[in-house]
Design a protein around this ligand. Structure first.
Ligand code: ACM
Length: 529
C-alpha cells in the first residue's frame, strides 16, 4: 500500500473549529512543529539572495498594522495578506495608509525596487519594527507576500492559533529565473469543479507558479461552453473516463476562474486540443469527422485514435468559432491549440492544420501555444512550444527553438505529476515513470541543448485519467510540484537535492495545517506527525 499523509491533525482541527481550550482544561495541543520559526533558507522556491540578520526578528502582535496604498496593484495583495494573517492570528491587522508611524508595521511598497527585479521580483526586509516588501509591480508584491507567508510558522494557516508569530530578521532579494512557471490541469479526462480549480490556484500561488494551463477538451470530454456549438458540452461534456457524469464550465464559471487566478497573479492558458484528442467534439458533431458519422462518446484512456477532418471548410469554421469565443473570454495573452499525439491525422495535413489554427489564434489577438509537435508547422515567431515527449529525446524542443519559437520544458519523465511515485502508488500512470520526488527535481532546463535565450520556462502537467477528487490532485502534485516551481524560479546555484529534500520536508507542517493531502513519498525526511 502507498503511504498516505494523515488528514489534518486532530489538534489543529479542534483549534480551528473553536479556538477553545483542550478537554483537560489546558491549551490545545497544536503540534510543536507548527509554531517553529522558519529560516529564510527554507523558503521554496529558494530566493536569489537571503541574508538573515540574527536578533532582528519581527513579531506580529495584536497592535501590528499593514500599511499599503489604495491602488489596484497594492491594495488587493494587502487585503489578501491581511485576511490570511487575521484568520491565523485572530489579530485585527487593519490595512492603513502608507507612512503610518509606530512599530509593528508590515508595509507593501510599490516602485523603486530596481530594474533588475523586473515585474515579478521583490525585496523583503525584516527588522524588529517593520516587515517591508517592495516591488516594481503588483506581481512582485504578491510574490513577496507569499514569501512572508512561508516565513511564518505553519500554524498561520489555521484559525486563531496562539502564536508567537516570529519572522526571522534579515533581507531577501528575489526575482524569477524564467517568466513561465506553469502547472497544467486536465479537466477533460475527469472534470473538476470551479472550487477545486480555485483551490489548486491557491496552492500554486504559494510556490510562485504564474501560469495555469487548463486542458479543456480531450477524447473523453469537452469542458467549456461554446455558445455557437452548444452540443460540445451538452453531448461532449456529458461523460468522463470510466463513464461518470462529466461536466463543463459555463462561460461565466470560466470567467470566474480566470479572474480568481488573476487575483493570484496566475495567467490562465486555455487549451483546446486538436486536431487529435477530439472524440468528444466528433461525438457532438459528426460533420467534423471525415466519414460524417458521430462516433460514440469515449470513456477509456487510449490516445491517438481521433482526428478532425482537415481541409473541410466546416472544420475551420468550427476551429475559428471556438477560438474566437475562448479568446474573447480570456484576458491573458495565450491560447493553446494542443497539437499533441495526432496519430490519426496524416502528417502533411497536420502541418497545414496547425498553421491554420495558429493563424486563427493570432487573428483573435492571442499568442499560439501548443505541445512541441506543433514545431512541425509554420508558426508565428511569438508562438510557445511545450516540450513533453521524452521519446524524441528533445528533438521537438530543438526543432521549435531552431524555428525561433519560445520553448517551455515539461519533460514527461521529470515534470508529469500524474506519474506514480513508485510502483506501489495507487493513483497515476507509469508510462513516463515512476517519478520519485528526487527524479522530479533531478533535471535542468538547459539539459536539452536549447539555446538559453529560447527557454521560456517550465511546466508541470497533471493529467487526470486516474484522478477524480481534489485529494487525488493534491496527492500527485504534492510534494513534486514545488520542485518544478523551484527549477523555474530559483538560480541554478541553489539546486541541491541533499538540501532541497530537507527544505521540502519542512513544508509538511504547512500542508498539514492547510489540509493538503500530500503523499509522504520516499526520499524525503518527513517530520513525524
Ligand atoms: C501529452 O502528454 N500528450 C502532451
Amino acid at each position: 500500500m502507498r503511504r498516505r499523509a494523515a488528514a489534518l491533525p486532530a489538534a489543529v482541527t479542534i483549534l480551528a473549529a473553536t479556538g477553545a481550550v483542550g478537554a483537560c482544561g489546558g491549551p490545545p495541543a497544536v503540534p510543536e512543529a507548527h509554531f517553529m520559526p522558519i529560516p529564510m533558507s527554507d523558503v521554496i522556491p529558494a530566493p536569489l539572495e537571503a541574508r538573515p540578520a540574527p536578533g532582528a526578528d519581527f513579531h506580529i502582535e495584536p497592535s501590528t498594522v499593514i500599511a499599503a496604498a489604495r491602488s489596484a496593484e497594492v491594495r488587493p495583495t494587502a487585503d489578501w495578506l491581511a485576511a490570511l494573517l487575521r484568520r491565523g492570528t485572530g489579530f485585527p491587522l487593519p490595512v492603513v495608509a502608507p507612512g503610518s508611524r509606530g512599530s509593528g508595521v508590515i508595509s507593501l511598497q510599490l516602485g523603486d525596487a530596481g530594474a533588475a527585479l523586473g515585474g515579478e521580483g521583490y525585496t523583503l526586509s525584516v527588522s524588529p519594527s517593520e516587515v517591508r516588501i517592495r516591488a516594481n509591480a503588483g506581481a512582485g508584491l504578491f510574490h513577496g507576500a507569499q514569501t512572508l507567508r512561508q516565513l511564518l510558522p505553519a500554524a498561520i494557516e489555521t484559525t486563531h492559533a496562539a502564536g508567537p508569530w516570529v519572522v526571522e530578521g534579515g533581507t531577501i532579494v528575489d526575482h524569477p529565473r524564467y517568466p513561465w512557471r506553469a502547472a497544467m490541469l486536465d479537466v477533460a479526462r475527469h472534470f473538476f469543479s470551479v472550487a477545486d480549480v480555485e483551490r489548486y490556484v491557491d496552492e500554486l500561488a504559494l510556490y510562485k507558479v504564474n501560469v495555469l494551463e487548463l486542458h479543456l477538451s480531450d477524447d473523453q470530454g469537452w469542458r467549456i461552453a461554446i455558445t455557437s456549438w452548444p452540443r460540445l458540452t451538452t453531448v461532449g461534456g456529458s461523460t468522463a473516463v470510466g463513464g461518470g457524469p462529466g461536466g463543463y464550465f459555463t462561460q461565466a464559471q470560466y470567467r470566474e476562474i480566470v479572474a480568481y487566478a488573476a487575483s493570484r497573479y496566475i495567467t490562465i492558458v486555455p487549451e483546446i486540443d486538436m486536431p487529435g484528442h477530439v472524440n468528444a467534439a466528433l461525438a457532438s458533431y459528426g460533420e467534423l469527422s471525415c466519414d460524417g458519422v458521430a462516433p460514440p462518446l469515449y470513456t477509456g484512456i487510449d490516445v491517438g485514435f481521433s482526428s478532425l477532418c482537415v481541409g473541410r471548410p466546416i472544420t475551420m469554421r468550427f476551429v475559428d468559432a471556438v477560438i474566437a469565443e475562448l479568446a474573447a473570454l480570456t484576458p491573458g495573452p495565450y491560447l493553446s491549440i494542443g497539437g499533441d499525439e495526432a496519430q490519426s491525422t496524416p502528417p502533411s495535413e497536420y502541418a497545414s492544420f496547425i498553421a491554420e489554427a495558429a493563424r486563427a489564434v493570432s487573428s483573435h489577438g492571442k499568442v499560439p501555444v501548443g505541445w512541441a509537435e506543433i514545431a512541425a508547422a509554420r508558426l508565428p515567431p511569438d508562438a510557445v512550444a511545450v516540450y513533453w515527449n521524452i521519446d524524441d529525446a528533445g528533438s521537438s524542443a530543438r526543432q521549435a527553438a531552431e524555428r525561433g519559437l519560445r520553448v517551455v520544458l515539461a519533460p514527461a519523465n521529470h515534470c508529469y505529476l500524474d506519474q506514480k511515485y513508485d510502483p506501489s502508488t495507487v493513483l497515476g500512470l507509469t508510462w513516463a515513470g515512476p517519478i520519485s520526488v528526487e527524479q522530479s527535481y533531478d533535471w535542468e532546463p538547459t539539459d536539452y541543448a536549447i539555446p538559453a535565450g529560447r527557454i521560456e520556462g517550465v511546466e508541470a502537467p497533471l493529467w487526470s485519467e486516474t484522478l477524480t477528487t481534489m485529494s487525488d490532485i493534491e496527492q500527485m502534485a504534492f510534494p513534486r510540484l514545488p520542485g518544478i516551481a523551484e527549477i523555474g524560479w530559483s538560480p541554478p546555484s541553489t539546486h541541491d537535492w541533499a538540501r532541497y529534500r530537507v527544505r521540502l520536508a519542512a513544508q509538511a507542517p504547512r500542508w498539514e495545517a492547510m489540509g493538503i493531502d500530500f503523499d509522504r513519498a520516499s526520499g524525503v525526511p518527513w517530520p513525524q506527525t
